[in-house]
Write a protein that binds this ligand. Structure first.
Ligand SMILES: Nc1nc2c(ncn2[C@@H]2O[C@H](COP(=O)(O)OP(=O)(O)OP(=O)(O)O)[C@@H](O)[C@H]2O)c(=O)[nH]1
Length: 670
């Protein structure tokens, strides 16, 4: 009896409507089928693979673009640093050039502690005289008086005051050195956060009329403790974690029924992470329901509905310890209805295990006939996962056939290369999650032992490299869950993408820019005093209404806030579109755990996949397998980063009617 009776009972013609022309076509040994050409990147046709696309985008900032875009970029730089939707004044070309070089020069001295608006205003006021501008900015008292006297010449969006500084010693501009300025900045009397007039006033759940009134454009730099402001996160990390094992998050992906939960459940049991008593209970209970073959899957499929329906619906989480690592396992749902959950899980992952069912006909339906093997692999790669362990599972059903193993490896190798995985970062392991063959011990089954001498699954996991963590960057944490804690305040959970977070730290929450205080931190239910980039954590927050925080929002450093915007430019690769993308195309934007309705509001240019050169400015539409610069607009403000600034927060995915139509990287924030 199939575990997925209900799913299998579905009308797949309806279910996979829309996938026909993208997913489910074979990559043959030597050639790609004609329909695959629509979305796979065929080098033979002079087009670039996704790997090249992704590689290319790593240097996106350095790419030359057309003149219009250069102008836009100036605007972007300002908007990004100001962390608000600050509108640049309209100036003629010469004034614009003067202003730009002035802002850059001032910025190189004062760093990010001074708002963009402040620099622009001061630059214009002092007719681009650098010395006067620096003098003014670094002398708060003078600046304050000047500001009071002078009428507002620029039409600005936000109503909040610009950054204040009061106690900065007035340095002689000619003597300013970077270190001196840094010291001076530390002495700024940073304005305290303005208390919201009502808890809901600027909440993400309560969009406020007039956009910029919503507090997202605030230029206030919040006051934080000296300890928080001067913390050396890298040093703290080394002190606290030097003796601990490194930690990685591994997502387990693959087509529905490939055996992911069984494999992980068995692995957890074999590594001693599930007691015999619990396993016995699962065995007895699953037997009663005539579903004994799911007993290992039940370790991770914990909800009644998942067990009754026989499918994983949300990402199950558990952890194992290897000799050198702590590995958090994220068991993703395979069915296409739950891809949003799978995406949310994949955003937390460092590495992935792709499970395929070796059973004849089953591998083919997962890989070639509209299955999720392809989509999952492409999604995790687009989300930045570059190490992949492929598990050729259920090999017991084909008598441990070497030929079947090789056939599958061959087909997958070719596809994964085109999806952007480096050959050296991909491994293939024959296993049976049900029998436990080759999971934690070398192959025992004679038919497998006869031809396989490679690593078992645990060794594969052990050999994953730990990605570098951006610990010394400003704090960014994406919220994937919100729940009521045991004490006062409430809890959020999610991944620290960059930086560090300590108990008592002040943080800014999402697009509302409201401030909250960290009351407690925990990781795997253990209390912590500090957590770091790469950690999956629970945080108890105080000082903010629970209604003002939503899944998908970003928690950030009050002194280096994340940009908030409703419009950004991104470079996308189009996978599958029934109707070509035109201006006004409605999509669901996936960014970390955020799912937000959005519109493709501008088709800036079609670009060449290999060279990144503009092929056509302002194309009228984008078809399958095209690469383009587009602008996306959301109805509500969201927190987002440029890929070149924070690659962790600069990736997006566009989906329409349950189908992933494009993946991309944010290149500019408006
Ligand atoms: N013969 C055999 N059957 C297996 C193996 N692994 C899993 N199965 C069976 O395959 C079915 C599906 O297994 P699951 O572990 O639930 O599959 P899954 O990939 O987690 O399913 P979703 O998460 O819902 O996509 C169950 O009936 C399992 O007993 C295996 O190695 N060999």
């Amino acid at each position: 009896m199939s575990r997925h009776r209900i799913v299998r009972g579905m009308d797949y013609n309806d279910e996979y409507d829309g996938y026909d022309d993208v997913y489910g076509h074979s990559v043959d040994d030597d050639c790609v089928s004609p329909t695959d050409q629509q979305w796979l990147y065929d080098r033979a046709r002079g087009q670039q693979s996704m790997s090249a696309f992704i590689k290319k985008n790593k240097n996106i900032e350095e790419e030359a673009e057309d003149d219009d875009e250069d102008d836009d970029d100036e605007a972007y730089q300002k908007a990004r640093r100001d962390s608000e939707n600050f509108q640049m004044p309209e100036l003629d070309d010469i004034a614009q050039a003067k202003l730009s070089s002035c802002v850059d020069e001032v910025r190189s001295v004062v760093g990010d502690a001074v708002s963009e608006r402040r620099i622009v205003e001061t630059s214009m006021r002092f007719d681009y005289d650098i010395q006067k501008i620096l003098d003014d900015i670094l002398n708060e008292e003078t600046n304050k008086k000047e500001k009071e006297k002078r009428p507002q010449k620029l039409k600005l969006n936000a109503t909040t005051p610009a950054t204040k500084s009061s106690t900065t010693p007035k340095p002689t501009p000619t003597k300013i050195t970077l270190s001196a300025v840094k010291d001076a900045r530390r002495g700024f009397d940073i304005a305290s956060p303005k208390a919201p007039s009502s808890p809901n006033v600027s909440g993400r759940n309560t969009p406020v009329e007039g956009g910029d009134e919503a507090g997202r454009g605030s230029t206030t730099i919040f006051k934080v403790s000296k300890d928080q402001a001067q913390r050396n996160a890298q040093q703290l990390y080394e002190q606290e974690r030097a003796t601990q094992k490194s930690h990685i998050h591994m997502i387990v992906i693959g087509h529905v029924d490939a055996g992911k939960s069984t494999l992980m459940g068995h692995l957890l049991y074999d590594t001693g992470n599930v007691s015999q008593r619990v396993m016995h209970k699962h065995e007895q209970e699953s037997k009663k329901l005539g579903k004994q073959s799911f007993m290992y899957a039940w370790v991770l499929d914990e909800t009644g509905e998942e067990r009754a329906r026989g499918i994983t619906m949300d990402v199950g989480q558990s952890r194992i310890e290897t000799k050198t690592k702590i590995v958090t396992l994220l068991d993703a749902p395979g069915h296409k209805d739950f891809i949003p959950n799978m995406i949310s899980g994949a955003t937390q992952a460092d590495v992935a295990l792709l499970v395929v069912d070796a059973t004849r006909g089953e591998f083919e339906s997962g890989f070639e006939l509209g299955g999720q093997t392809r989509e999952h692999a492409i999604l995790v790669r687009s989300l930045g996962v570059n190490q992949l362990g492929v598990v050729i599972n259920k090999l017991d059903t084909v008598g441990w056939s070497k030929e079947r193993f090789q056939e599958i490896v061959h087909k997958l190798k070719s596809f994964l290369k085109q999806a952007g995985f480096k050959e050296s970062d991909v491994s293939f392991t024959p296993c049976s999650g049900l029998t436990g063959e080759n999971l934690t011990k070398a192959a025992q089954e004679p038919a497998l032992k006869a031809w396989y001498e490679g690593p078992n699954l645990l060794e594969v996991i052990e050999h994953f490299k730990v990605p570098e963590r951006a610990i010394d960057r400003p704090l960014r944490m994406s919220v994937s869950d919100i729940y009521k804690g045991t004490g006062s305040g409430f809890c959020i959970s999610g991944r620290i993408e960059t930086g560090a977070l300590c108990v008592n730290d002040k943080v800014l929450v999402g697009a509302s820019r409201e401030q909250a205080q960290v009351k407690s931190l925990s990781m795997d239910e253990l209390t912590q005093t500090s957590v770091f980039a790469g950690d999956q954590v629970s945080v108890t927050l105080a000082g903010i209404d629970v209604n003002n925080i939503t899944v998908g929002c970003i928690i950030c450093d009050p002194q280096m806030p994340i940009p908030v915007t409703t419009r950004f430019q991104c470079r996308i690769i189009v996978f599958n579109v029934k109707v070509p993308i035109t201006m006004g195309y409605p999509v669901l934007l996936h960014h970390q755990s955020l799912i937000e309705p959005a519109v493709v509001c501008k088709l800036t240019a079609s670009i060449h996949k290999s060279t990144g050169e503009v092929v056509k400015k302002k194309p009228r539409c984008l078809g399958q397998n095209s690469c383009a610069l587009v602008e996306v607009e959301t109805s509500r403000p969201i927190c987002i980063e440029r890929y070149s600034d924070f690659k962790e927060l600069g990736r997006i995915m566009l989906r329409v009617a349950g189908v992933t139509i494009a993946a991309g990287m944010v290149t500019k924030i408006r």
